[in-house]
Design a protein. Structure first.
Length: 676
């Protein structure tokens, strides 16, 4: 594998291992910085002596990799905001106390059914200097307007720190937010907010300028669905795309089109290069072109919100532009590695962003695998070759992204190559007209002779995407895929491609061994499933959900509304997929269950139960009017469980009673699901 021969590749791998090490263990900063200083000093000594003593060269390489590993850890430490004593997580000592919080609105997020949401920067906490990012949730009303980016607010609210997943195999949203240095959320209403003056920053100026562009596009009589797709394609804002349209793009395998990435930034580079052609290629002219190209790429990147895929693309094309200016041949692998190193050096948390991972993997496999695939057939017809190249590029990208995509999303769109063949030519037309529309929208409304053709092409795009997505039988859903399977899948893909590059028996043996290893891990996972029995009380608001699992078959107990929508219930589907299981039966809630020689009594709002049952475990649901003290004087259960269907005031009383009676109490709202 040629890429591993590059020094930049080995340094990048060591650096990334440093980022991962910090994420897993979070070592003491003093030890890390001390080790980095010592290793740096030893590396300088080796540099002076390796010419005199050739045998020291190997140690020079080892210390170089060790230093890149330590730089990865150091970069994570420097960028970890919670190490600062003024970070709000170090100033909050009572989670039940409301604080007077000063904020600056930094970014608008996709709204929920109940709240408008913003990423905000804390400036003060009860009058004391503070900093850090939070998500501000403002309850929706009929008359509210979106807050301007950069506006100062004063809010009185409790600070709700991120929670661990409260149900099994659930997406860890708290961890996802922490990777973006967001550690808490605030909840308030419009009438409880004091709005101050705007704090002009470069970010707020660009954000508000982007909003002006979006407003001018909205006034150009473009239909709503088409407008929202256009805004996503051109400035990376997906917040207002309807769930139905987003679902179509996901099912058609074209959701990457809605994320501004290398394709979009590449169009910007080509467009700007074309515009700047009249400037002569003299020394000054060439330098002026470079500055204008770099400015264009990063202005577009900031307008698109500096998402990880945008930053990656802008960094890569910037390096390409600089290489062209210096009249040097730009090695694509080097460009990929250097851009990744630069980005992660200043933003280590991007390594754990799904979009960043998928975009780099897809691009790496396009660079490596696509030439191998395209060499299988060399069509002479230019039109046939154009579509063959689209197929090979799409296939290479999907091969690279597929294991990670299945691991995160547990589904795979089977018609992705058909989508890309049709969509990419249309996307080129949209980008050409769209860039012109964006430039005009910077100054005013887009004229109808540009807006209407643009709307028509996007309507065609949406119709094609919807048509492809309608073939749901080609969409493989609910794929069980563990982390171990993810690692072995990439090992298998790499070994198979290496064999395709240079077929020989040794490489074929390694490739076939990796296939057998993947099968072995899957069989082992199924074996573990076949030998597992468990009962789980889930946490759901206003509902009760209990599952009893015997091997790989699950019996679900819940109320009618949950049972009828079970195939759309994300909580139960995540559990089934994560444990390689399927539903055996769906039953209404019972008052009595028997599991692993334990008697389980369920008391609901009807408050009807057999008094002589003497349960081992008591589950309380739907807020029954229950005298728990009198009940516990008769029974002495081993455990009491209350789920999310109960009133909070009732739960507090029951918890106090259990504490007095010294009986273990499990509240799923606080501790998450209960498993036995």
């Amino acid at each position: 594998m040629k890429i591993l021969k590059f020094p930049a590749a080995r340094i990048s791998i060591s650096f990334i291992l440093g980022l991962l090490f910090f994420n897993w263990y979070q070592p003491i900063p003093v030890i890390v910085f001390g080790s980095l200083t010592v290793c740096g000093f030893l590396l300088i000594l080796l540099h002076f002596f390796d010419k005199k003593i050739p045998s020291l060269k190997i140690y020079f390489g080892v210390f170089t990799l060790l230093i890149s590993f330590l730089i990865g850890i150091s970069s994570s430490i420097v960028n970890k905001e919670t190490y600062n004593v003024n970070h709000y997580t170090n100033q909050i000592h009572d989670s039940e106390k409301p604080y007077l919080i000063g904020l600056i609105v930094n970014e608008k997020l996709k709204s929920t059914l109940k709240n408008n949401r913003y990423i905000s920067l804390i400036t003060s906490l009860d009058g004391k200097k503070s900093h850090g990012k939070v998500i501000l949730n403002i309850k929706k009303t009929r008359s509210e307007k979106n807050l301007a980016i950069g506006v100062n607010l004063i809010v009185k609210s409790k600070v709700y720190k991120n929670l661990n997943p409260i149900n099994p195999n659930q997406f860890d949203y708290g961890r996802y937010l922490e990777n973006q240095e967001i550690y808490a959320q605030l909840y308030t209403q419009n009438n409880q907010i004091k709005i101050g003056k705007n704090t002009p920053t470069l970010w707020s100026l660009f954000s508000n300028f982007r909003n002006k562009i979006i407003a001018n596009l909205a006034h150009s009589n473009i239909k709503n669905d088409e407008l929202n797709v256009l805004i996503a394609l051109l400035v990376g804002q997906q917040q207002d795309i309807s769930p139905e349209v987003m679902k179509d793009y996901q099912y058609a395998g074209a959701v990457h089109v809605l994320s501004v990435s290398g394709l979009h930034v590449g169009f910007i580079l080509l467009f700007v290069t074309f515009i700047l052609k009249p400037i002569p290629n003299s020394k000054k002219g060439s330098f002026l072109k470079l500055i204008l190209i770099l400015l264009s790429l990063w202005v577009f990147g900031i307008l698109a919100g500096l998402a990880p895929s945008v930053v990656r693309s802008a960094a890569m094309f910037s390096i390409v532009a600089i290489g062209n200016h210096l009249r040097r041949t730009v090695n694509t692998y080097h460009t990929l590695l250097v851009s990744m190193l630069i980005i992660l050096l200043f933003k280590p948390s991007f390594l754990f962003d799904i979009g960043f991972q998928l975009s780099y993997l897809a691009l790496f496999f396009i660079l490596w695998l696509q030439p191998i695939l395209s060499s299988i057939w060399l069509p002479k017809n230019k039109i046939v070759k154009y579509f063959w190249d689209i197929i090979t590029v799409s296939f290479a990208a999907q091969i690279g992204a597929m294991p990670l995509s299945i691991y995160y999303f547990h589904q795979f769109p089977g018609l992705f190559f058909i989508t890309n063949i049709i969509v990419l030519p249309l996307l080129g037309i949209i980008m050409i007209i769209g860039i012109i529309a964006i430039i005009i929208a910077c100054f005013g409304n887009v004229p109808i002779f540009i807006a209407k053709p643009l709307e028509l092409v996007i309507t065609m795009l949406n119709y094609i995407i919807h048509w492809v997505a309608s073939f749901e039988s080609f969409i493989v859903k609910n794929i069980s895929f563990s982390f171990e399977m993810l690692l072995v899948s990439y090992t298998m893909i790499l070994l198979i491609i290496l064999w395709l590059e240079k077929p020989n028996f040794k490489r074929l043996a390694f490739a076939l061994t990796s296939v057998l290893l993947l099968q072995g891990i899957y069989i082992f996972a199924k074996y573990k499933t076949e030998n597992a029995d468990e009962l789980i009380v889930f946490n759901m608001k206003k509902c009760t959900l209990i599952t009893e699992r015997s091997h790989n078959l699950v019996t679900v107990y819940s109320n009618d509304s949950i049972l009828q929508s079970m195939h759309n219930n994300q909580i139960i589907q995540s559990y089934l997929v994560g444990n390689f299981c399927k539903i055996r039966a769906k039953n209404k809630l019972k008052n009595f269950l028997f599991f692993n020689n334990k008697k389980i009594l369920i008391i609901d709002s009807s408050n009807v139960y057999l008094k002589n049952i003497k349960p081992d475990i008591l589950i309380i649901t739907n807020s029954p009017k229950l005298n728990l003290t009198r009940l516990l004087s008769t029974w002495k259960p081993e455990q009491i469980i209350v789920d999310g269907s109960n009133f909070k005031s009732y739960v507090k009383l029951w918890e106090a009673t259990c504490k007095q009676e010294k009986i273990p109490f499990h509240n799923t709202n606080e501790k998450g699901f209960y498993k036995m």
